[in-house]
Design a protein around this ligand. Structure first.
Ligand code: SF4
Ligand code: FES
Length: 221
């Protein structure tokens, strides 16, 4: 492929160390770290550099590109935000380049793992990424979730207003209430209730650990 067709996000001569410096802090915010096996990490990143040379971007070395840009953007490394629930369920990204921060030995996470099912705690962001009194949207697998912070408490509820489907995280917080941005319906973030009949929204369990916020969802069957 000629240089003219390549969308260069990285300067020519990008190295494995450059990729580590670029990806590491981003993965850290998402609750992940590089695999503890440094040789394996270098091998995967070297493979990404080869792909970068061929395609102009760091597509995943363990996935097949479809040619559809909308699909393939979901496998540009680090692809963690697109696959939060799947990765949290197996404690690693598909390739094993990234593992959850609390995993001590990443070498046990190489290779294919059975398709998980059941409840999984998914890291969504760091505590300091959401100031008190704020609400923000996160995509957790197929769920659109609004995570709200009241003081030092965190809550998660469906992001979709039951009135006319506005994104609740585009609204604002009033104490324990998320106020819909479109017509002002109020949802109690503690239990998803609203004072409109049959219009409560779903809530999700939230936990905070080691400076990270986790939302629990179901994966698989
Ligand atoms: S699966 Fe891992 S190595 Fe592959 S793109 Fe996603 S984060 Fe990168
Ligand atoms: S869409 Fe939420 S109040 Fe109308």
């Amino acid at each position: 492929m000629s240089d003219a067709k390549v969308r260069r996000r990285f300067h020519p001569g990008t190295t494995v160390e450059d990729l580590k410096a670029y990806m590491g802090p981003f993965a850290d915010r998402l609750g992940y770290k590089f695999n503890t096996d440094a040789e394996f990490v270098d091998d995967v990143l070297a493979a990404e550099l080869e792909i970068l040379e061929q395609t102009g971007d760091v597509f995943c070395p363990c996935r097949v590109r479809t040619g559809d840009p909308k699909e393939d953007v979901k496998i540009i490394c680090p692809c963690i935000p697109f696959h939060r629930d799947e990765f949290a369920a197996v404690k690693k990204c598909w390739c094993g380049l990234f593992i959850l921060k609390d995993v001590e030995d990443g070498s046990e996470l190489f290779g294919v793992i059975e398709e998980p099912s059941g409840e999984v705690e998914v890291p969504v962001f760091r505590v300091e990424d959401l100031p008190p009194g704020q609400i923000r949207h996160v995509k957790v697998g197929k769920h659109d979730v609004a995570v709200a912070r009241v003081g030092d408490e965190f809550f998660a509820l469906s992001n979709i207003c039951r009135h006319a489907f506005a994104p609740l995280a585009d609204g604002f917080m009033d104490g324990y209430f998320a106020i819909c941005p479109w017509h002002g319906w109020r949802y109690d973030v503690r239990d998803g209730t609203t004072d409109h009949p049959d219009a409560d929204v779903r809530t999700f369990p939230v936990s905070v650990r080691d400076g990270h916020v986790f939302v629990t969802v179901r994966v698989g069957r």
